[in-house]
Design a protein around this ligand. Structure first.
Ligand code: ZN
Ligand code: ZN
Length: 266
């Protein structure tokens, strides 16, 4: 059996999950996971219902307890998923000073006051204008924020699916802009994740697409993690077989892992 490394998992320390960390650890053991990174949400965008929800003290208490409980069975990495790190840099820096985090995910959840999960992102915009708006925000994040791995790089597919009924998104017309963003990530020695929650959310294949993964490799990218973006135990390592196949199709050997923000493998 493959032993998985699931690098994007939420627990009750995220406002949109009520699952105790210990429950996630037990489920991880039954689902072939050898290493798990708990990346609860730290969002500061005032429009976000989860804004300011994350409590580092309670999170760290649970991490320490679970590391004791599952010692020798499961490698537990401390992580956090930070929204719009290019805008909320000071708050995120204060948060990261609360402990020795292993991995920091950088996410875009909002672009110019529009939720990227919502088809209303495209209100008043054409498909191409909406994509440009999203990738402009992502460019700001990848250039300026403190992160190790960019989460759900093409999450805009959710909105293009809802608004335009698209299962896939060919970014050829945006290749220059997307490659420039990937080049920035690669040159900073950072990575991107393959987020396998897309199929669960009805958007199709895990993201980003093999098209983007190949561009990342061509631009010098070497760090790719696998993450289920689980908010419930049953979702852990979901669709990882396909995620791993995509990683290999794009020329990467294996998923990267992190310890104290240093990448291993890949
Ligand atoms: Zn996210
Ligand atoms: Zn997430």
């Amino acid at each position: 059996m493959t032993t998985w490394t699931d690098y994007h998992v939420h627990t009750q320390f995220s406002c949109d999950s009520d699952v105790p960390m210990e429950t996630m650890c037990r489920a991880a053991l039954t689902r072939g996971i050898a290493e798990i990174a708990f990346t609860d949400h730290a969002d500061f965008e005032p429009l976000d219902v989860c804004s300011g929800y994350f409590r580092p003290e309670r999170y760290w208490e649970a991490i320490r307890r679970c590391r004791d409980l599952f010692d020798g069975q499961l490698t537990i990495r401390a992580g956090v998923e930070c929204g719009e790190g290019h805008i909320y840099g000071a708050k995120i820096a204060a948060l990261l000073a609360t402990g020795d985090y292993d991995v920091v995910l950088g996410s875009i959840h909002w672009a110019q006051g529009r939720s990227v999960f919502d088809e209303h992102l495209f209100d008043g915009l054409t498909l191409d204008e909406g994509l440009t708006l999203y990738f402009d925000e992502l460019a700001g994040l990848t250039t300026q924020a403190d992160y190790d791995v960019i989460a759900h790089f093409d999450i805009i597919r959710r909105a293009t699916h809802l608004r335009f009924g698209m299962q896939e998104l060919d970014l050829t017309r945006h290749e220059q802009q997307v490659r420039a963003i990937l080049r920035t990530v690669a040159r900073r020695g950072k990575g991107i994740e393959i987020n396998t929650s897309y199929r669960r959310k009805g958007i199709g294949e895990p993201g980003p697409s093999v098209q983007i993964l190949r561009w990342f490799r061509e631009e010098g990218g070497r760090i790719v993690t696998l993450g289920s973006d689980s908010h419930a135990p049953d979702h852990l390592a979901g669709d990882f077989e396909r995620g791993l196949a995509m990683l290999r199709e794009a020329g990467f050997e294996r998923p990267t892992t992190f310890e104290r923000r240093q990448p291993h493998g890949g």
